[in-house]
Design a binder for this molecule. Structure first.
Ligand SMILES: *Cc1c(COP(=O)(O)O)cnc(C)c1O
Ligand SMILES: [Zn+2]
Length: 431
């Protein structure tokens, strides 16, 4: 769909042909929103047409994405249309009648980041670039490596050398060049940016590249489309692949819980919801609940202080994917919560670890620490009386637990080592 870019700080408007990344007036902080002509989108598509699509991936929303011909430039890997589970048992334990988990660990490289990387790689194909790069705590890089492999495009990924092994394995196995930076994510970010300017690579860096948010917004589109097909009572455990009756409108939840590091996912959800509201496809704006780790809470701090100016922190958390000294999309992430009348909460590493096993045992969804953090935040919000028992609540699980086995093992318990005899089994059985 056609679009232009608009600075989130000064409102200046740009043709994407002239300005590929950020507002030239503000340097790297002048993050750009992608603005569409909603009448053109409405003329091209509608909820009924999308509901009839046999494409169960983010590309069912091609008419709402910033690409000339998504069907040509999209890399051939199935991203998105992840399951939205009705979590009955966890809902009961929290006193919530309509709790849903969206399991984005089910994406091809096992995290939410595939949504962003798919759209950025498609854009890179459209632009005909020769090399694509990103800095990452791990998942954005793994996603870019995977999507670039699918598109046969060379990639160079910058991660902190401390990134979890599984994520580094993903980078390497997909064949990208891997730079293990002796420093923090923030240092890797700045280095990647400098290198992309020096060598003319196309840069996917979160916040800097305007299209990551456009990819990430597809989760909000899916949530509203999938909720509409289960209906307000949400009897089914699982969203059917096809809805029975054509839907004129979709259905927004009351609240969405999501973990926040750079703040690009929450900004993406907000963008998707604003697109849907502008099109008249949803009737209400969900409250966005941003969950940060106590040790990496720059957005929470700004929100609490009533400002959208972000003061960097020294990030320290077990949830590596949401450890960010300076959230690159922080300003928009604070606005997303403030303008939807949501809230920010922080959770401790122990609460995050507990949430990993609660999610696995209560709903059979295995999350990495950053993915479980959203659920830890939900538990805290419920305890504080912030969530009504009849609200429709969606908790976004952003990454798969297999990405970080050492963290899971901290709360998984231990197996019993036994001799290979029936006698030993009898002895070892729980009484
Ligand atoms: C990147 C990531 C997040 C946070 O997204 P931001 O855009 O950095 O706020 C949360 N969970 C997982 C698993 C991630 O990979
Ligand atoms: Zn500007």
């Amino acid at each position: 769909m056609e679009y232009y870019l608009k600075c989130t700080l000064c409102g200046a408007e740009y043709d994407p042909k002239d300005v590929p990344y950020v507002c030239p007036k503000h340097g790297d902080e002048g993050i750009l929103d992608t603005i569409y002509d909603y009448r053109k989108i409405a003329a091209a598509t509608n909820p009924v047409a999308i509901g009839a699509s046999r494409d169960f991936s983010i590309w069912r929303y091609a008419d709402l994405l910033p690409l000339k011909d998504a069907r040509r430039s999209a890399p051939p890997l199935q991203v998105g249309w992840t399951p939205l589970y009705r979590a009955m048992r966890l809902g009961e334990s929290l006193g919530l009648s309509k709790l849903y988990l969206k399991d984005d660990g089910r994406n091809p490289t096992a995290s939410f980041k595939d949504r962003a990387s798919a759209v950025v790689v498609a854009k890179a194909q459209e632009l005909g670039v020769e090399m694509i790069t990103t800095a990452s705590t791990g998942n954005a890089g793994a996603a870019l490596a995977g999507l670039a492999a699918a598109a046969h495009m060379p990639a160079i990924i910058f991660v902190p050398e401390t990134a979890p092994q599984a994520k580094v394995a993903q980078l390497l196995i997909f064949g990208s060049q891997v730079m293990l930076v002796k420093g923090s994510y923030d240092q890797a970010f700045d280095l990647c940016l400098a290198a992309s300017k020096e060598f003319g690579w196309y840069c996917r860096n979160t916040g800097y590249n305007p299209y990551t948010v456009e990819g990430k917004k597809t989760a909000a589109l899916e949530i509203c489309e999938q909720l509409a097909s289960v209906g307000a009572t949400g009897r089914r455990l699982r969203v059917p692949q096809r809805s029975r009756s054509p839907l004129q409108k979709w259905e927004a939840p009351d609240r969405i819980f999501v973990s926040v590091g750079d703040g690009n996912i929450i900004s993406g959800l907000w963008k998707g919801l604003r697109d849907l509201a502008a099109l008249g496809w949803i009737d209400k704006m969900p409250k966005l609940m941003g969950i940060q780790a106590e040790g990496s809470a720059a957005c929470y701090n700004a929100w609490k202080a009533g400002t959208d100016k972000i003061t960097p922190v020294h990030a320290q958390t077990i949830a590596d994917s949401i450890g960010a000294d300076l959230p690159r999309d922080g300003t928009r992430a604070v606005r997303a919560v403030r303008e939807t009348k949501g809230a920010y909460l922080t959770v401790s590493d122990d609460e995050i670890l507990a949430a990993i096993s609660e999610l696995a045992r209560g709903a059979a969804v295995f999350a990495e620490p950053a993915g479980a953090a959203a659920y830890a935040g939900l538990v805290k919000a419920v305890r504080r009386g912030m969530v009504g028992s009849d609200e429709t609540v969606v908790c976004l699980i952003t990454g798969n637990g297999l990405k970080d086995i050492p963290s899971a093992m901290k709360v998984a318990g231990e197996g019993r080592r036994i001799e290979p005899t029936l006698e030993a089994v009898k002895k070892a059985m729980p009484r």
